[in-house]
Write a protein that binds this ligand. Structure first.
Ligand SMILES: Nc1nc2c(c(=O)[nH]1)N[C@H]1C(S)=C(S)[C@@H](COP(=O)(O)OP(=O)(O)OC[C@H]3O[C@@H](n4cnc5c(N)ncnc54)[C@H](O)[C@@H]3O)O[C@H]1N2
Ligand code: MOO
Length: 423
């Protein structure tokens, strides 16, 4: 981690300790400071070179250049006859032109035939076009036997003729670093003869959900309990963002168990995510656990709703992002902190650009703090679910963006431009 981030983090912690001693509420960082601190404590992404088919869904760390020209030779787009267009320029249904057939070429064959005036070569789709021919007449416009062909169509130069390099030439840039490796990219790079790709190594993440109320779905719901929605969300969202989830555990409200889980996660994870237990209640154990593990707290508290009590620490060199328990606090803060970092290097699909969108309805923003809400946007603007509570999950179904409203209470009118982050 860079010194500046440590200094910034330590300054925040010092002031937080002072404030606590004087029984004043500790200062919270701004959302922008939290984003910066998160990025600086994350490891530099490592690269790996491996067989292209094994790189699916990873992100290119090096550009890919074509090794061979595609198609490598001029080829026919139709089954028919390769010929010289000037020989048949007056041909039509009433006045066919007869040419001598000098041979036949099928796909996969090399031909050394050279066409002379008023000659044609029988040719199949994908075959090498003989020298001298500048077009192919499809067989539906011809009548033929082994020695001669009657052409009923005045094909133009280049008709059904795919020149060498029509797709790409050796040395052409096929894909920039930052492109997501998908099946289309794999088809194109394989056609160039490229066998290996260099991609960013998948980041290894561990997820620890906390809270005695959590239960898995294997048993019927017990009184006072809820199912662990945050765990599945984090695990699947991490996978969507090209991370490997190396560990996922629920640790209850047991200080020792949470600490043990963090110790286990250290062994393999580049990033540890915890949920719940970061606020001020009796069972909000994460700050104490991190202190006992002698972790460095970079911030505890962000000037934003939801996710105000979010905490970031570094324990034995591994960043631990402790998200507050409310599902939407988990989702929103993960997206704006980790999501931005994880998708930074991916140029196309996840690009987390701030966009301005037109609000399609009135929104009454209460509270002084910056506010993040779920939304669904399209070309015309952004729509917001009617009810936005931090514990709600149903309104997340079908949402595709977050809308960030600045500090201050005010009513936003339909038609106003608002800041949107695509997710
Ligand atoms: N007296 C105060 N109380 C609270 C404050 C405060 O400033 N003073 N802050 C509130 C805010 S804001 C938030 S946010 C919450 C955050 O608390 P925690 O991060 O400690 O989270 P929990 O209390 O553990 O859980 C909050 C909520 O979310 C549910 N939850 C937790 N884990 C999961 C999960 N894995 N899946 C689904 N739902 C989960 C949990 O049951 C709670 O309902 O504190 C306020 N309190
Ligand atoms: O910060 Mo809490 O997530 O507002 O509800």
């Amino acid at each position: 981690m860079e010194d500046s981030a440590w200094d910034a983090g330590n300054a925040i912690i010092r002031s937080a300790h002072l404030e606590r001693r004087h029984k004043v509420r500790p200062s919270r960082v701004t959302l922008e400071q939290a984003q910066e601190l998160f990025k600086t404590c994350m490891p530099v992404r490592k690269k790996e070179e491996k067989q292209s088919a094994d790189c699916l869904e990873q992100i290119l760390a090096k550009p890919v250049y074509a090794a061979v020209t595609q198609p490598p030779f001029p080829r026919s787009a139709m089954d028919g006859f390769a010929l010289r267009s000037r020989d048949i320029c007056r041909a039509d249904m009433q006045h066919p032109v007869t040419l001598e057939v000098t041979g036949c070429v099928c796909a996969g064959q090399k031909t050394e035939l050279v066409l002379k005036p008023y000659q044609a070569v029988r040719i199949m789709t994908g075959s090498m076009i003989p020298e001298g021919a500048d077009c192919v007449v499809k067989q539906e416009d011809a009548e033929w036997d082994e020695r001669a062909v009657r052409i009923y169509h005045n094909a133009k130069p280049g008709e059904n003729y795919c020149p060498a390099g029509e797709d790409f030439s050796a040395g052409d840039l096929l894909a920039e670093a930052g492109t997501l490796v998908d099946s289309y990219l794999l088809a194109a790079v394989t056609a160039t003869g490229v066998r290996n790709l260099t991609v960013y190594k998948r980041l290894k993440a561990a997820v620890i959900t906390t809270g005695d109320e959590l239960q898995n779905t294997e048993t019927p719901l017990q009184p006072g309990k809820i199912y662990d929605a945050n765990g599945i969300w984090l695990c699947t969202r991490l996978r969507e963002m090209d991370c490997e989830v190396v560990r996922y555990q629920t640790a209850g409200d047991d200080q020792n168990k949470i600490a043990d889980e963090i110790r286990e996660a250290w062994k393999e994870a580049d990033l540890i995510l915890t949920t719940g237990g970061v606020s001020v209640g009796e069972k909000d154990l994460l700050p104490g656990v991190i202190e006992n593990l002698t972790g460095n707290v970079l911030f505890h508290g962000i000037q934003v709703k939801p996710g105000m009590p979010t905490m970031l620490s570094v324990v034995k060199g591994t960043p631990v992002l402790s998200l507050s328990g409310n599902p939407f606090a988990v989702e929103a803060l993960f997206e704006v902190l980790a999501g931005g970092y994880l998708t930074d290097m991916e140029a196309s699909r996840y690009l987390q650009k701030n966009q301005m969108k037109i609000l399609k309805q009135t929104f009454v923003k209460t509270g002084k703090m910056k506010r993040i809400v779920k939304g669904r946007c399209d070309e015309s603007g952004v729509y917001l679910p009617q009810i936005q509570k931090n514990g709600q999950l149903k309104n997340g179904i079908g949402s595709n963006c977050l809308v960030i409203f600045p500090e201050g209470e005010r009513t936003y009118a339909e038609g106003e431009a608002v800041r949107v982050i695509r997710i």
